[in-house]
Design a protein around this ligand. Structure first.
Ligand code: GUN
Length: 293
């Protein structure tokens, strides 16, 4: 059984980006620049954004972190995004989700310039993804594709089952796995809360992607012998023995499923790190698109 180590695969991506950035800077150009916006002080969002900023530094990117309090008005947030859209020194913009209830997430997403939308959430980028046109891919599904590529696991001709149809992970994942690309070309089944016979469908999966956000949902009796199992779950569960009072649990019962799988991602240390690799790759792409004469 192969452990799909996100640390190794993301390091490979980051080393390539660092070398690219170093050579850009050496040739007198500026480095790519990511602006991240965080609203309020949701603990998980704080951790993710801090990690995104730290990873920018590691590959030599510039980064700007913009903080707003929980009660920021939607207008003030949108004004800041428009300012960043018009700032030539900024290549990528991300607004960490979720946002407070009084702010309409879709409005925020649609205000980001699609050319700087390194999360790939803007309808223009989502539409291009569906049509197979070049676009910014949502970071988590993109990171999973980078992981399959790193470990040389082509999906071609396989049956991939994705559990969860979110705009951020499940739906774009199903499109990427079915797309006509080097590591795509799978036959894909997208399952969700209204899918009957979920267990029977999962048992047919050569590649099983669990992205529903329910800790420990996928058990060994749902997994075919030799399947590749990708766990996207990162739920905080209480744990009084842990220093922070919680630990991160995936959507897959790792210990029992690992005995049946041919390859499996750990949590933490799997897909989460690849999400960052996807985001950084998008930021480099945004930079390159923008500096073209
Ligand atoms: N919240 C959970 N995942 C993501 C992500 O990939 N990007 C942003 N901006 N927010 C998120």
């Amino acid at each position: 059984m192969l452990i799909l180590d996100g640390k190794i695969a993301s390091l490979h991506v980051k080393e390539k980006l660092k070398a690219q950035t170093d050579s850009l800077v050496k040739s007198g150009l500026r480095a790519p620049h990511l602006a991240a916006i965080i609203v309020g002080n949701n603990g998980a969002s704080e951790t993710y954004v801090a990690s995104k900023i730290k990873n920018c530094e590691e590959v030599g990117f510039a980064s700007t972190l913009i903080r707003f309090s929980e009660d920021v008005s939607e207008n003030d947030l949108l004004s800041k995004i428009k300012e960043l859209n018009n700032d030539d020194a900024i290549d990528g913009i991300l607004v960490q989700l979720p946002l407070p209830k009084h702010i309409t997430e879709q409005k925020v997403i649609e205000t980001i310039d699609p050319a700087k939308d390194v999360d790939g959430f803007h309808p223009v980028n989502a539409g291009k993804l569906v049509l197979g046109l070049p676009s910014f891919l949502p970071a988590t599904p993109y990171g999973i594709m980078l992981m399959l590529e790193y470990f040389n696991i082509p999906a071609k001709g396989k049956h991939a089952v994705v559990i969860g149809r979110s705009n951020i992970v499940g739906r774009p994942m199903s499109i990427l796995l079915s797309s006509n690309s080097k590591f795509g070309n799978a036959t894909v089944t997208l399952c969700h809360s209204h899918t009957p016979n979920l267990k029977e469908i999962c048992l047919q999966a050569d590649i099983l992607v669990a992205a529903l956000g329910r800790p420990g949902f996928v058990t060994a009796d749902m997994v075919k012998d030799g399947a590749v199992v990708i766990d996207v779950g990162i739920t905080r569960v209480e744990d009084s023995t842990a220093k922070k009072g919680f630990r991160i649990k995936g959507d897959v019962q790792y210990n029992e499923v690992a005995l049946k799988a041919s390859a499996i991602t750990p949590v933490p240390g799997g897909v989460g790190l690849m999400t960052i690799a996807g985001l950084l790759t998008n930021t480099m792409q945004a930079y390159q698109n923008r500096i073209k004469p």
